[in-house]
Ligand binder design. Structure first.
Ligand code: S3P
Length: 435
């Protein structure tokens, strides 16, 4: 059976974890897939993982601390740091680990920096910042933690055995420093360029497009270590925890650094019946100005029949052919949001069109949500059976690998209104669509 893993965060669309892990799974022929989960809280990360049967999660900002109350146990470093970036399912229990420490040390080692006896400043007292402090203190560095909310830095410093200074004393903190690690989730300037001295090592946890800190540090003659080294360094032990085998380092490294240009300008909504694809598509269109295509409604309009009538009179095969033709027509479009029927991803040709031309968002709903939302509805021929719940559960389980392989992002719809889901989806992807 295909095992499912995910990176969970908010935002999460930028994450390079899926490409690293999916490439590694392919390389080692591990029957698994790795998703991006757009979540609203640590609690939702775990409830979604439970519903979908997710076996392992990489947790990113802002959930590294929020998720802790929903885990069954923390491994010792995660406990000390008070942050979790990897969750592994053991039986029915979710166990929290911290591999960010390994990530920081991997990045510093890659950059040729030995922390022992050096003075270092860590910016940001969130989960990633605290893991950086833990790793640096453990390697014999003298660390000062600086955070925009002072009290948070003081508390973490006490717990982790380092110094702390308020943000307005950043200049003092940086005096004579050999290393600056920034974990603030911002791309704008927060460190005045004048404070950056030639020869200082700078590691910014933000990766992808250049940050103000990365640019200013390079201009000042600092040695800048790319945040992707940290990402890789935390992913390698995570892979081993997930799969029980050593990570294929070079394959993951290559996948991570490969340049990609995303030219997809449509959003496709995929997912099971009753997950709200049509209404979320309309809400996205309303707030973004994209045009809507509802595949099922187009089929009904062209056939002059309802879906149930097509299934009854012409059979499912005929319906699937009409569906493929509709999805194929998306290839020439841009700036559309496409609501796909629940079974569209069962067809390879459809998957190819969706993957090449759309950012595909999987609207997840567990069986209970699906049954509640489709209750009393006779328009869905596949659920027109005696035991709807059992049928829905079986179909959903069978389809998870297909939705998973097609999607760029998954979002849990349980208890959420279409408008909220639309806003969250649009926040994640608008830069790519509008670019
Ligand atoms: C189907 C889902 C339906 C419709 C048809 C088949 C499926 O769309 O395309 O009944 O195979 O899951 P919705 O997901 O919009 O209900």
């Amino acid at each position: 059976m295909t095992k499912v893993y995910a990176v969970a965060g908010n935002p999460v669309f930028h994450s390079r974890s899926p490409v690293m892990f999916n490439t590694a799974f392919r390389e080692l022929a591990v029957p698994a897939l790795y998703l991006r989960l757009a979540a609203a809280s640590g609690e939702e990360v775990i409830s979604t993982a439970e519903q979908m049967g997710v076996e392992g999660i990489n947790v990113t900002s802002p959930f590294k601390t929020d998720i802790i109350p929903f885990l069954h146990r923390l491994e010792s470093a995660a406990e000390r740091i008070g942050a979790v970036n990897v969750v592994v399912k053991e039986g029915e229990r979710f166990i929290g680990h911290n591999t960010d420490t390994a990530g920081v040390l991997h990045a510093l080692n890659k950059g040729g920096f030995d922390p022992k006896g050096k003075k270092a400043v860590v910016l940001g007292a969130g989960g990633a910042g605290r893991a950086a402090v833990f790793a640096l203190v453990g390697s014999g560095a003298e660390v000062v933690l600086v955070n925009r909310t002072d009290s948070k830095a003081e508390e973490a410093a006490e717990r982790l055995g380092c110094g702390s200074l308020p943000f307005h004393r950043l200049a003092d903190a940086l005096e004579g420093v050999s290393l600056l690690v920034s974990t603030l989730p911002v791309r704008e300037r927060v460190v005045e360029p004048g404070l950056l001295k030639e020869g200082t090592y700078v590691l910014d946890a933000n990766y992808g497009s250049a940050t103000a800190l990365g640019r200013d540090a390079a201009d000042a003659g600092c040695t800048v270590i790319d945040g992707r080294e940290w990402l890789l360094g935390q992913a390698l032990p995570a892979f081993a925890l997930f799969v029980g085998r050593p990570a294929p380092v070079h394959v993951m490294e290559k996948a991570l650094w490969k340049k990609r240009r995303d030219s997809r300008k449509n959003i496709a909504l995929i997912g099971f019946m009753g997950t709200g694809k049509s209404s979320v598509a309309k809400s996205i269109a309303a707030l973004s100005g994209l045009n809507v295509i509802d595949v099922d409604r187009n089929i009904e309009r062209k056939a002059g029949m309802t879906i149930a009538e097509i299934f009854n009179e012409q059979g499912e095969e005929a319906f699937r052919r009409m569906e493929q033709a509709e999805i194929d027509s998306v290839r020439s479009l841009s700036h559309h949001v496409i609501s796909c029927g629940g079974g569209a991803v069962l067809n390879r040709a459809n998957i190819r069109v969706l993957r090449n031309t759309c950012i595909s968002v999987w609207l997840w709903g567990d069986t209970r949500t699906v049954i509640e939302r489709t209750g009393g509805d006779t328009t869905r021929p596949l659920l027109d059976v005696d035991d709807r719940e059992a049928k829905a559960a079986t179909l959903l389980r069978e389809r998870i690998p297909f939705y998973g392989a097609t999607s760029d992002l998954v979002i849990n719809t349980a208890g959420r209104k279409p408008k909220e889901l639309a806003e969250r989806i649009w926040n994640e992807v608008h830069n790519t669509i509008e670019d």
